[in-house]
Design a protein around this ligand. Structure first.
Ligand SMILES: Nc1nc2c(c(CN[C@H]3C=C[C@H](O)[C@@H]3O)cn2[C@@H]2O[C@H](COP(=O)(O)O)[C@@H](O)[C@H]2O)c(=O)[nH]1
Length: 332
């Protein structure tokens, strides 16, 4: 089942989470207005200061930067206090969460470490000690899943032994679905699929955000051109579900709410986790449907709505009404 069909199937069968269609319809206009007002577009991507370092590289370098970041783009949440949580210091600023990853990659590049190069990932020089150095923290907490971060880059280095990722991209001929197939077939860490109610469902968060960030980085042109870009859905992470809950687009069962408020670790592949992720995709699909119905000419798609919601969620991080769900996973 593809991601969209999976999201519909999950939403229809969910026990712990439900999508509120009326709320999705209500918030659609407001989200569209905000996106218009903030002139939110693919160009917004390069306004993030850490993404600007990527834009200083040549085209191949930018592709490798995005591919490296999205191969490592998972599991930054912490149960430590803010001052103690994993933090990367770069150019005199401290970064946590997803931005700590970008800061670590940029810091390594500035230090002359070829951290975005598959040949380096394959080399004996790139071992657990080197990986720990690249992702070193300025607090007591180290980056979560360090071993898995080494493993996913080793896997990618092996898969790219005879080709550059930019050549893989060119071979997809502007087809996002072909790129999704390539990464999920050749890289198990991207194969974000589960069995749910006896059906094989696809969430593909990192495979899809890889497409989304290439599209944004190159403003939909050149190696960022995907003729089927509007088939990409929202990226089912652990942050956007929380903002959809705040907007009443998602409603949690009492049992799930208790688990989230207690900060209980949830199992990767559990029904509750799959339902949180699948219903989030379905809620954003409904929001995008209302936006496109109201504004048929708009360029707004699930990627821009996702980027907008994620950036908004980060801005409101302190005033969240309920904690993110906690799963340790290489998928998101
Ligand atoms: N749905 C969705 N999930 C996203 C992103 C991004 C980064 N996107 C930036 C690039 C372009 C955009 O404009 C954003 O500025 C990271 N993540 C996920 O969030 C989690 C990290 O959260 P925290 O620990 O709080 O930093 C983790 O699962 C990570 O995989 C996104 O855009 N959408």
């Amino acid at each position: 089942m593809d991601v969209r069909s999976s999201a519909i199937f999950i939403a229809q069968n969910a026990q712990y989470v439900s999508v509120d269609p009326a709320a999705c319809r209500e918030v659609a206009a407001g989200i569209y207005d905000q996106i218009q007002r903030q002139k939110y577009s693919t160009q917004t991507w390069a306004t993030h200061e850490l993404n600007q370092r990527c834009k200083l590289l040549d085209t191949e370098g930018q592709v490798d930067w995005v591919f490296t970041v999205d191969t490592l783009n998972f599991s930054f949440w912490s149960d430590r206090e803010t001052s103690e949580r994993y933090t990367v210091e770069y150019n005199g600023k401290k970064y946590t969460g997803y931005w700590s990853l970008c800061a670590a990659i940029n810091r390594a590049l500035d230090e002359g470490i070829p951290v975005t190069t598959p040949a380096f990932w394959r080399s004996d020089e790139f071992n657990l000690e080197a990986c720990a150095h690249i992702f070193r923290s300025c607090t007591a907490e180290q980056i979560p899943l360090l071993d898995q971060r080494l493993a996913v880059l080793k896997e990618a280095g092996a898969a790219l032994a005879n080709t550059a990722f930019s050549d893989v991209l060119r071979s997809c001929n502007c087809s996002a679905s072909r790129l999704l197939d390539w990464v999920t077939t050749n890289l198990q860490s991207y194969n974000d699929r589960f069995v749910y109610r006896n059906m094989k469902v696809s969430i593909l968060k990192r495979a899809q955000i890889l497409v989304g960030e290439l599209w944004a980085c190159f403003n939909g042109e050149g190696l960022g051109r995907f003729d089927d870009i509007d088939n990409i859905t929202m990226f089912a992470d652990y942050r956007v579900p929380r903002i959809l809950y705040r907007l009443n687009c998602l409603r949690y069962s009492d049992q799930l709410e208790a688990v989230l408020r207690a900060g209980t670790l949830m199992e990767s592949g559990s029904d509750a986790e799959i339902e949180l992720r699948g219903t989030s995709i379905e809620a954003v699909e409904q929001i995008v449907h209302h936006i496109k119905t109201e504004h048929p000419e708009t360029a707004v798609n699930a990627i821009l709505v996702d980027f907008y919601l994620w950036d908004a969620a980060k801005a409101q991080e302190q005033s969240a009404t309920i904690p993110c769900h906690r799963v340790r996973s290489v998928f998101y």
